[in-house]
Design a protein around this ligand. Structure first.
Ligand SMILES: NC(=O)C1=CN([C@@H]2O[C@H](COP(=O)(O)OP(=O)(O)OC[C@H]3O[C@@H](n4cnc5c(N)ncnc54)[C@H](OP(=O)(O)O)[C@@H]3O)[C@@H](O)[C@H]2O)C=CC1
Ligand SMILES: O=C(O)[C@@H]1CCC=N1
Length: 282
């Protein structure tokens, strides 16, 4: 795993082509540019004109309506389209992939074997799973490299994703669906908890803006303690829970309601959905 808090070195002027300029691509591009990658070396293919205009205005990157224009001559291609269109999109640029670019994908479910097959076989593929805190440089990305990826390409892929936050290499690709379920989708679980805490606070009489601030700052503080204290979540939880106190009353209610089993079921469902996205879009 990369070192918490360390600044990744700026990438040089090697061209990086993004295929797809939506939400996640935007977050990754923001990270690259803010950490010193020259905007002129980032080329983005995106069919939606308004997104192209905004990406160029906000980050100075070159944008194209056509994927093959963005990928032309670029040694790194980052696929940031929905899993449902990945096969079709790969086919449109497969001929140019003969120049042997490093292929990086951020798509949920889609395997390195599928990407390799759709792009013409023998490709160097790094399958990754970032998450939306990438926008703040506070994300985490799981990465898997297929056997065609050499040491320099591994370093390059890691440096690109490190601009979005922490990185962790995954040796067994089958585990990438679990990575997706825990950290790729994970920010949504934290937001759901924040929504529920805010609503419950309001139900107890707190003003909405006060309840929002209390919930958001509590999640931020708790997350920082998890990352910075070096203590386990269990130890930190027990320190808050005074015997016979308010937290114990809440935790016992969570446990009685099957909170842990519900979380396990939710993460299993997300993992399964990743596999389904692969099979359904093959
Ligand atoms: N959102 C998240 O939290 C995360 C998402 N991911 C993965 O990132 C990928 C992108 O997700 P996200 O950014 O949320 O999705 P978006 O829909 O925001 O972005 C995808 C973009 O790709 C465009 N697109 C479609 N076809 C092409 C094409 N042929 N060439 C170039 N661009 C094209 C889409 O345009 P149009 O809308 O017109 O189709 C859209 O603007 C997905 O595979 C997802 O699994 C990974 C981690 C986290
Ligand atoms: O929900 C999804 O499918 C994508 C992948 C991880 C986060 N968003």
């Amino acid at each position: 795993m990369s070192t918490p808090g360390s600044q990744p070195p700026a990438l040089d002027s090697q061209a990086i082509a993004f295929i797809g300029g939506g939400n996640m691509a935007r977050s990754l591009i923001a990270g690259l540019v803010s950490r010193g990658t020259p905007p002129g070396s980032i080329r983005v293919a995106e069919p939606v004109e308004a997104l192209r205009t905004a990406l160029h205005a906000d980050y100075g990157v070159a944008t194209f309506a056509d994927a093959s224009e963005a990928t032309a001559g670029a040694p790194v291609w980052v696929f940031a389209v929905k899993p449902q269109v990945m096969r079709t999109v790969c086919k449109t640029v497969a001929d140019a992939a003969a120049a042997d670019p490093l292929i990086v994908s951020i798509a949920a479910g889609i395997t390195s074997t599928q990407l390799d097959r759709w792009l013409g076989d023998g490709r160097a593929v790094v399958r990754t799973m970032p998450n939306t805190p990438a926008l703040l440089g506070a994300g985490i990305t799981g990465l898997f490299a297929n056997p065609r990826v050499d040491a320099d390409q591994r370093t390059l892929a890691e440096r690109i994703l490190a601009t979005a936050g922490e990185t962790v290499w995954i040796a067994d690709e089958a585990l990438m669906d679990a990575v997706t379920a825990v950290s790729g989708s994970g920010p949504a679980y934290a937001f759901l908890l924040a929504e529920a805490m805010q609503a419950a606070g309001e139900a107890q009489g707190l003003p909405a803006d006060t309840a929002r601030t209390l919930a958001a700052q509590t999640l931020l503080g708790a997350a920082r303690m998890l990352v910075e204290s070096g203590e386990s979540a269990e130890v930190l939880r027990k320190r808050v829970t005074s015997p016979g106190g308010t937290t114990q009353a809440a935790i016992e209610t969570f446990e009685a309601g099957g909170f842990r089993a519900l979380v396990a079921d939710a993460i299993e469902a997300a993992t399964r959905r990743g596999r389904e996205l692969s099979a359904a879009n093959d």
